[in-house]
Design a protein around this ligand. Structure first.
Ligand code: HEC
Ligand code: HEC
Ligand code: HEC
Ligand code: HEC
Ligand code: HEC
Length: 243
């Protein structure tokens, strides 16, 4: 349990200094994977108009892009804007909205406006797109049941993922967040600019939760190598989740 409380302390400190905030376009790390003496950051944040997909800073292929977002203004009209110009509309339904816009090449902003609130992201349409959408993203009901009252996902979230993906917890040692069903602590299930739809690039991803400075020796030994070269992010039969 010693590790656990150090981890808890780190989380609290990291939240206090806002260490989780800057991950580009990534959703904040959700409730801690194991019970910790802290509030879910989302619970204290007032809900706001927000674009969830594509991600801030994404490099997209030419053509149409599916925009997904959330809004607290249920039933209100949403205007989709490209570089400030009207490009489509939707109505907030069950806390969410979506729409398709066409982007010019180069840098542009995708904006949303509803009931006096506004929010936007900056993306680039370029030759080497990095943004990958989760397959069948446009079929919302593949993940969000049409009968659900909101787009919020019930906890544990892995139940939804395991409808289509093989279970990842059938090994001796299951990694903390995976065991807690928090697939989305690491994956953005709408889409991502990082390999395997992760919410951050490999090195930053692990550092969202692990204080690497606390293990100088380990870092010296592994320096420069991606963490997942040696560790399995999901589960393993070896100690320390080694591959
Ligand atoms: C592959 C599965 C998947 C598909 C397909 C999908 N979503 Fe989601 N969506 C999720 C998951 C998982 C979350 C929760 C993320 C979290 O909170 O960590 C989510 C969250 C959301 C939210 C935010 C809810 C909230 O307020 O917390 C909205 C809105 C949303 N999705 C809308 C859509 C729409 C609209 C579509 C179709 C155009 C769609 N999603 C397709 C998996 C999916
Ligand atoms: C309706 C079925 C369905 C659901 C539900 C679903 N997925 Fe997927 N997912 C797929 C398919 C199909 C693929 C593409 C084939 C593959 O890589 O398995 C995919 C691909 C992925 C990939 C990329 C794999 C790679 O190799 O790059 C990740 C990561 C992923 N899904 C995570 C999730 C997570 C996390 C959830 C739950 C929040 C989820 N998926 C829910 C069908 C689904
Ligand atoms: C601690 C972070 C983390 C958690 C939690 C996590 N993943 Fe992953 N996942 C990763 C990383 C990192 C990769 C890329 C692995 C690689 O490239 O070797 C990955 C790869 C994947 C892939 C593609 C390759 C494969 O192994 O099939 C799928 C699908 C996937 N994850 C689904 C899930 C599901 C479903 C959950 C929840 C049950 C989950 N992940 C929880 C970090 C995580
Ligand atoms: C969402 C938070 C979160 C993320 C992201 C995360 N971890 Fe973890 N990790 C945990 C928790 C919680 C534990 C279990 C508590 C502990 O032992 O510190 C854990 C445990 C571990 C352990 C075992 C530690 C031990 O003493 O047995 C290893 C190794 C590990 N993680 C590696 C990684 C790697 C590599 C990544 C990036 C792919 C990663 N973690 C990303 C939360 C996270
Ligand atoms: C070259 C292989 C290798 C790489 C790369 C690596 N690790 Fe490890 N890691 C290990 C081994 C082996 C252990 C077992 C204990 C030890 O020898 O320190 C371990 C232990 C751990 C532990 C548990 C003990 C501790 O020191 O807290 C965590 C957490 C961890 N690694 C996280 C990470 C993260 C995060 C990264 C990426 C920054 C990473 N590891 C990169 C091999 C590696």
């Amino acid at each position: 349990m010693r590790t656990m409380s150090r981890f808890g302390l780190f989380l609290v400190i990291a939240l206090a200094v806002g260490a989780f905030a800057p991950a580009a376009g990534a959703p904040p790390v959700k409730s801690a994977p194991t019970p910790l003496p802290m509030a879910d950051p989302k619970a204290v944040e007032p809900p706001k108009l927000q674009i969830l997909a594509p991600a801030e800073g994404a490099v997209l292929p030419e053509g149409k892009v599916l925009v997904i977002g959330r809004s607290p203004l249920e039933g209100k009209r949403i205007d989709l804007l490209v570089d400030g110009s009207f490009s489509g509309k939707d109505t907030v339904d069950r806390g969410g909205f979506s729409g398709v816009v066409t982007l010019p090449s180069g840098k542009s902003t995708i904006g949303v406006r509803s009931g006096g609130q506004e929010s936007s992201i900056t993306v680039t349409v370029g030759a080497n797109p990095d943004y990958v959408r989760h397959p069948a993203l446009e079929k919302c009901s593949g993940c969000h049941s049409a009968s659900d009252k909101t787009f919020k996902i019930a906890v544990p979230k892995d139940k939804m993922c395991y409808r289509c993906h093989q279970r990842k917890d059938k090994r001796k040692a299951v990694h903390g967040p995976l065991g807690a069903g928090e697939c989305t602590a690491c994956h953005d299930s709408h889409g991502s600019s990082h390999k395997s739809l992760t919410v951050a690039e490999p090195l930053t991803l692990c550092a969202l939760c692990h204080d690497q400075k606390s293990s100088e020796q380990h870092l010296r030994n592994s320096k420069g190598k991606p963490c997942i070269q040696c560790h399995d992010p999901h589960a393993s039969d070896k100690p320390y989740h080694q591959k």
